[in-house]
Design a binder for this molecule. Structure first.
Ligand code: SAH
Ligand code: SF4
Length: 364
């Protein structure tokens, strides 16, 4: 039972919010309102298919149902605070949630093929030394509806601008660590993937994690075979713990064990993300260390140009020569890799640069 006197109970809960409801939850709501179950599918079609968020505009529903819905299920959408466009066409959106918290999302356009990069938390508790989000600290987890809301709002803008059929991929590479908000992230993925909801294919959904071992183990059993990316950034515990404090809790031996389990259970290939930082993790010898560490996993390695952040002026991007030498070592080791093209750096929308101006916690 909710206590209206308690500030915690007055915050939005996942259950209150239309975008946080699963298809089954919508069916239960319809049952409760004495409506047939297929009305739930119609509502999901309006929201996820047509991007119509105003019950009054859902013209296939009776007027009385539309009115009752307004009083029953709150429709809360992220409010757009800022929209910036990069020279390369990448867009960065700053959203404000109902409690005043702010997060960013990025929309990448690869010649009409679009990827939404969305946030899972307000800030991030993991404080990786090279990441702007990590310097903010942590305010709270996003609800499933706040996660799905970023995607739907961006897709509606694409449709409204007449830019084609919508968004093709979603990556959890915005602010926050998705596997520390596992329940809500999984719920948002169910909504994006459900055939009666957004119907986005599992192969078009990627979770990126800093290496939360229990979360990776859960992903191995998750019913939706999405793609998994691991932010490795260092091939040994000494360096990785310095760059990513979470490595002290889940050292490489445990991480690799979880990756082997994931690979065995799902048969899926894992992507390794590795930001090239000059003189820190880019020696060719580290490519050899990485190969030994990941032996038998057949990973796909994504080399990311390190994006400078104002808080760490001492960290610089690896120069071309060092990247080439690293790539040569990977080739020799028969490890498949690509050097990711940098996107959106001029508007601080590239990997690791999201900081939501200053991420805010709830307004009290
Ligand atoms: N918390 C998750 C997902 C968000 S970060 C994770 O860490 O995986 C998305 C990607 O950007 C991660 O691979 C992260 O390690 C990387 N990244 C963070 N800071 C970066 C920077 N300054 N330059 C390049 N990549 C960075
Ligand atoms: Fe958090 Fe990922 Fe940034 Fe690390 S890299 S601080 S886990 S968002």
């Amino acid at each position: 039972m909710k206590n209206p006197e308690s500030p915690a109970d007055n915050l939005l809960t996942a259950e209150d919010d239309a975008l946080s409801l699963s298809c089954d939850a919508w069916r239960r709501v319809m049952e409760g309102l004495g409506e047939p179950r297929f009305r739930a599918d119609q509502i999901c079609q309006w929201i996820y298919g047509h991007k119509v968020f105003d019950y009054h505009e859902m013209s296939s529903l009776s007027k009385s149902l539309r009115e009752r819905l307004c009083g029953t299920v709150l429709m809360t959408l992220p409010i757009l605070i800022q929209d910036r466009r990069s020279r390369d066409g990448t867009r960065k959106y700053l959203w404000q949630m109902a409690d005043g918290s702010r997060v960013e999302s990025v929309l990448l356009d690869h010649g009409g093929h679009r990827t939404a990069c969305i946030s899972s938390q307000v800030g991030c508790p993991l404080a990786c030394t090279f990441c702007a989000t990590g310097t903010l600290g942590f305010a709270r987890n996003l609800t499933p509806g706040e996660i799905v809301g970023q995607f739907l709002m961006m897709e509606r803008r694409v449709l409204d601008a007449g830019l084609g059929p919508g968004i093709n991929n979603v990556v959890f590479m915005g602010m926050g660590e998705p596997l520390l908000n596992e329940r809500n992230v999984f719920e948002s993925i169910r909504a994006l993937n459900h055939p009666k909801m957004r119907n986005l294919g599992a192969r078009h959904i990627t979770i990126s994690t800093s290496g939360i071992v229990p979360g990776i183990e859960d992903l191995a059993d998750f019913e939706i075979p999405l793609r998994l990316s691991i932010s490795l950034h260092a091939p040994n515990d000494e360096l990785r713990s310095r760059l990513m404090p979470i490595n002290r809790k889940y050292p490489l031996s445990r991480l690799v064990e979880a990756l082997r389990l994931y690979r065995r259970r799902t048969g899926e290939r894992i992507t390794i993300e590795y930001a090239m930082i000059d003189g820190v993790n880019d020696a060719p010898q580290m490519a050899y260390e990485m190969a030994a560490l990941l032996d038998g996993l057949d990973p796909y390695v994504n080399l990311i140009p390190y994006n400078p952040i104002p808080m760490r002026p001492d960290l610089r991007r690896s120069p071309e020569g060092r990247v080439k030498a690293f790539c040569a070592a990977l080739s020799e080791l028969h490890i498949e890799f690509e050097v990711r093209k940098e996107r959106g750096a001029d508007i601080m929308a590239a990997c690791g640069q999201l900081a939501a101006v200053k991420a805010q916690g709830p307004v009290r």
